[in-house]
Every structure is written in C-alpha cells, then in structure tokens.
Design a binder for this molecule. Structure first.
Ligand SMILES: Cc1ncc(C[n+]2csc(CCOP(=O)(O)OP(=O)(O)O)c2C)c(N)n1
Ligand code: SF4
Ligand SMILES: [Mg+2]
Length: 351
C-alpha cells in the first residue's frame, strides 16, 4: 500500500499559530516508510519549523528526487506546491521554478544517493549559483529505497549489513557546500529535534542557498554495528559546535549570555540567529575557519553538527542576474512586449 488516508479531525484545543493554523495544517499523508526511519523525524521537524515560522503552507514549494527521503514531501505540508523529479534532478527543477516565481519559499528534500551519487553535479551547480532555497539531504549512507547499497557518503571502512566493507572515500556534503559558496551550511541529526528544528527555521529564513546535511539512520539497512550512520554511532560521535535560537522580529529576547559566549547574526528580514558557542575556536561567520574546524574535528573522528557557517549578507541568484523584484510568471503582455519603439531603441544601442 502506498497511500493511507488521514482523518481531518483534530483536538479542538490544538494551539494555533499567528495565521490561526494548527500543527495539523502543516502535515501531509500518513508515512509509509519503515517504523523508526530517521526520515520521519526530519518530516516532523519540517512541520514544526514551518508551523512556528507561521509560513502559509500554500506559499511553499517542496521539491525532491527519488528515494525514501525524496518520498517524504508527501508526508508533510499537504497544502504546499510539490514536485517529485527524476532521480538526482531536483536542483535544476527547483532552480527553474525559483527563477519563474521568486515569491515562494523553496524547500528541496533529497537523499545522499539522490544528491551525492547520481545528482552530484546538480547539487553542486545549484549551490554555487546561490539559488535561494533550503536544501536538506536526509543522509543515511545507503540507497534505502533500493535495499541498502553503499552511497557516495558511506564512510571508508564502514560495514554493510551483510558484512561488505566500503573501500571508497566518502563525499562530505558539508565540506562541499562550504567550498561551493553556500551562504548557510548546517549539519544535524534526525534524533536531535532540539537542534534540528531551529536549524531548519533559520535556513528557511535565510535569503540565499541554505544547505543542511541531516544524518538520518536507515533502520532497515544501515543501523547495525560497523555502520557510521547508525543511531548509536552518531550519538557517540556527535560534536555540536553551537546551539541555535531563532528570534523573530516579534519575539522578545529572553536569555542573556556572558559576553563572548554567544554570536548574533541579524538576517535581512530582521530575524536574529543567536548562536551559543560550544566550540570556542569556531567562528560560524568565517568560511575558512568553518572549513578548518570541520576538517580538524573530522580527523579526530567527530561528526560536527550545528550551524557551521552563515553569511550575514548573502547574495542569491536573482541578485546575480539582476532580475526584477516581482515574480517573472506574473508579468503581463505589456511588460513582456513593450512595443516596437522600445525594440528599436535596444537595436540602436547594439549597432
Ligand atoms: C535514473 C535512475 N537511476 C536509478 C534509480 C534507482 N534508485 C531509486 S532510489 C535510488 C537511491 C536512493 O538513495 P537515496 O537518495 O540515498 O535515498 P534513500 O532511499 O536512502 O532515502 C536509486 C539508485 C532510479 N530510480 N532512477
Ligand atoms: S528502507 Fe531505510 S530509508 Fe527507506 S524507509 Fe526504510 S528505514 Fe527509511
Ligand atoms: Mg540514502
């Protein structure tokens, strides 16, 4: 069975957000993934983040490729626009949609196979172009949907369920996103909702290419001893660099921190990202420092999580192309065809 009907009834006292919507209004169909799959926790975190940000669900476009991870948009934001692309091709479809209508909030959901194997080139070009989006990779180190082959993010030396050892070097998507110029880079774990929800909220509010690598154990094929993407392994090696509070313009700031223990980054729309430092030597607004910290901790066997890098003054694809402020798909005949005199002027300038 691939679809289960969900009752529309909900508890009358469910708290509404500023739009008068409850958390239920941000849900989708009932998940058909394996019970305990990390991907379902990420869906729950996306629902929570969008609910808390008061995003109108119909102003969100969720796009994905192929895989268990790419199936998940069916299970959240049922009222959003959705597009399930060919395997690995989500980034170019998202780029095209964003160019045509910049007024939507773009959320790309993908897997490690979808983005680091077949879709690696697509991932790289969407990041380096600075497409304004939140790009989440639900990273389990296997092709879950096709029954557990190693993916390009499987660590060298890690063991498959049937005992095979991976001999290939892994692709670290966080390191790649940093190198490719992403203006927001985070890593999290599906089992750490307290870290993941604010990270997704901050990414959704970031006006540029925001990338989150979310380790998401596959309980069917990659949660055994010897796997470096299992719940136990990630819990034991998780090294959070900071704890993030997302403070919206309307919120009042509650806690105060000792000078030097927190960094505040104000985004264009007034959202304040407050980062409580856990790793003293890590400065999340310095790309080179972020790259160094990532590699140093990786060499020590740790998985760095948290908001690893953010550019407080990001540029995005529309800034680079100089497109008009409104969505291109709303242009009328007069804008698109300004007449013979205007054409003559352009031609004259080129003679
Ligand atoms: C062009 C093409 N090649 C191969 C496949 C087979 N295929 C489907 S999903 C998948 C891998 C999915 O892995 P990942 O993106 O990591 O998602 P997961 O299931 O692990 O969440 C593959 C190879 C396909 N559907 N299309
Ligand atoms: S096969 Fe793995 S990734 Fe797919 S639904 Fe099951 S646990 Fe999740
Ligand atoms: Mg996978």
């Amino acid at each position: 069975m691939t679809f289960l009907n969900k009752s529309r009834f909900h508890h009358p006292q469910l708290a509404p957000n500023a739009l008068g919507l409850t958390r239920r209004d941000y849900e989708g169909a009932i998940s058909t993934l394996c019970a305990g799959c990390g991907h379902d926790s990420i869906s729950a975190a996306i629902i929570q983040a969008c609910f808390e940000l008061d995003l109108p669900p119909h102003r969100i476009a969720k796009l994905s490729g192929i895989g268990c991870s790419s199936k998940t948009p069916t299970y959240f934001l049922g009222a959003a626009h959705g597009f399930n692309s060919v395997h690995g091709r989500m980034p170019s479809v998202l780029t095209g949609a964003n160019l045509a209508n910049r007024d939507l909030v773009y959320l790309g959901v993908s897997g490690d196979g979808d983005s680091a194997s077949i879709g690696l080139g697509q991932f790289a070009h969407s990041i380096r172009r600075g497409v304004n989006m939140t790009y989440i990779v639900e990273n389990n180190g296997v092709y879950g949907l096709t029954k557990g082959q190693f993916s390009a993010t499987s660590d060298k030396g890690s063991k498959a369920k049937k005992g095979t050892i991976n001999t290939d070097e892994p692709i670290d998507m966080v390191a790649m996103a940093l190198q490719l110029g992403a203006t927001f880079v985070g890593r999290s774990f599906s089992g750490d909702k307290a870290q993941l929800v604010p990270l997704i909220k901050a990414a959704l509010r970031h006006p540029g290419a925001a990338f989150i690598d979310c380790i998401s154990p596959c309980v069917a094929f990659n949660n055994h001893e010897g796997s470096t993407k299992s719940f136990d392994f990630v819990r034991a090696h998780n090294e959070a660099v900071n704890r993030l509070d997302v403070i919206l313009g309307r919120d009042h700031i509650e806690a105060e921190y000792e000078p030097g223990t927190a960094i505040e980054v104000t985004q264009h729309d007034g959202t304040v990202l407050r980062l409580r430092k856990l790793a003293e030597e890590h400065d999340p607004t310095d790309r080179v420092s972020a790259m160094n910290h990532l590699q140093e901790r990786k060499a020590a066997g740790e998985i760095v999580t948290g908001l690893i890098f953010v550019d407080p003054e990001p540029e995005e694809l529309h800034d680079h192309l100089g497109t008009i402020a409104g969505p291109l798909n709303a242009l009328g005949d007069a804008d698109l065809c300004p007449g013979a005199a205007a054409l003559e002027k352009v031609n004259a300038a080129l003679r």
